[in-house]
Write a protein that binds this ligand. Structure first.
Ligand code: ADP
Ligand code: MG
Length: 332
């Protein structure tokens, strides 16, 4: 059973960034207004995620570590309307089966927190502890008991880059949450909650990234809403990495959205360059299919054509306004 658990966990958890993703989604699900992420050695030796969300009672904490105990899926139909981010109920037990895992959590209405230590899937202790309301999870020696998986990990720098990119995506996706990211003892970024998206991007990525960005004011059609930031006409990036798309406050990949952006930029971007864009889309969750493969964040839309036209036309219109000078003046 232990071996089966480890194999299953190795399939769900591809690399340290996948652990960070699961824990971040849990913190957001818990309503956290403040999240701190720290990691060392590309996440291989140490990952810590701390939030001020709703926390768990001692019983809930134990339950959370039992595989599938918390699955929110009742019927196959539920897959089609996943609103909350977590839905498989197996992230925590999977991670705990392949690391030295410490969970400290306190629900708001409790005097005490509880601390659970699990090593390689084995419960070491469960005791009361003092702490502020919220949850703190530490994951040490990830994959040390799964040599087959450890062998496939890339260098610390590469694994670190995956984590940094991921946390940046979640931080920009949820500007109302205070985010801090620390790598090997150094602050990568710190961004208090903020309503100014461009300012948020500057805090998370640095001023250079934000400089060519213009506001893309909200557009709406048929229950869809989109807004964000667009790189000024004539500017572009050498990779697709900075075409950042967020659906219902969650970073996702969608060929439809990427191509709509690229097409929207047609004639407004130099050859061989990709748009720099932060595109937010709000859409009825029932119109979105979330790929059930845990490692992917690709989504499909019920009506891909409708979404594509909505974004393509909105982006193109905004870029033509910007190119003409917003108020009828032409920039010299
Ligand atoms: P899922 O998110 O799919 O339910 P997880 O294994 O990721 O499964 O988490 C199990 C459960 O533990 C969650 O459903 C939630 O009730 C609880 N939980 C996990 N992380 C947190 C957190 N940071 N704050 C509060 N509750 C949490
Ligand atoms: Mg989860």
């Amino acid at each position: 059973d232990d071996v089966i658990n480890k194999i299953a966990a190795g399939e769900v958890i591809e690399r340290p960034a996948a652990v960070v993703k699961e824990l971040l989604e849990n913190s957001l699900d818990a309503g956290a207004g403040k999240i701190e992420v720290e990691f060392r050695h590309g996440g291989k030796s140490y990952i810590r995620i701390e939030d001020n969300g709703c926390g768990m009672s001692p019983d809930e904490a134990m339950l959370a570590l039992e595989r599938h105990a918390t699955s929110k899926l009742q019927t196959p139909d539920d897959l089609l309307k996943i609103v909350s981010m977590g839905f498989r109920g197996e992230a925590l037990p999977s991670v705990a089966s392949i690391s030295r895992f410490t969970l400290k959590t306190r629900a708001e209405d409790r005097e005490q927190g509880s601390e659970i230590l699990v090593n390689g899937g084995k419960l070491i202790h469960h005791r009361d502890c003092g702490m502020a309301p919220g949850t703190r999870i530490e994951v040490a020696n990830l994959f040390s008991s799964v040599p087959a998986r450890r062998k496939f990990l890339k260098t610390d720098n590469t694994e670190a880059a995956h984590i940094v990119h991921l946390v940046r995506l979640y931080a920009v996706a949820r500007p109302e949450v205070d985010f801090t990211l620390v790598e090997d003892g150094k602050v990568v970024f710190r961004s208090p909650r903020s309503s100014d998206l461009k300012h948020r991007v500057a805090e998370i990525w640095g001023g250079k990234m934000a400089e060519p960005l213009e506001f893309f004011p909200e557009i709406t059609s048929k229950g869809m809403k989109a807004w964000g930031l667009l790189g000024r006409p004539g500017t572009g990036r050498s990779t697709r990495r900075e075409m950042i798309t967020l659906v219902n406050s969650r970073p996702i990949d969608s060929r439809t959205l990427s191509y709509a952006l690229i097409e929207g930029y047609h004639t407004y971007i130099p050859k061989g360059r990709y748009p720099l864009a932060f595109l937010f889309l709000e859409i009825d969750p029932a119109a979105v299919d979330v790929n059930v493969h845990p490692a992917k964040r690709e989504v499909r839309f019920r009506d891909e054509g409708q979404v594509r036209r909505f974004i393509l036309e909105g982006v193109h219109k905004r870029l033509s306004e910007l190119a003409a000078g917003e108020f009828g003046f032409v920039d010299e």
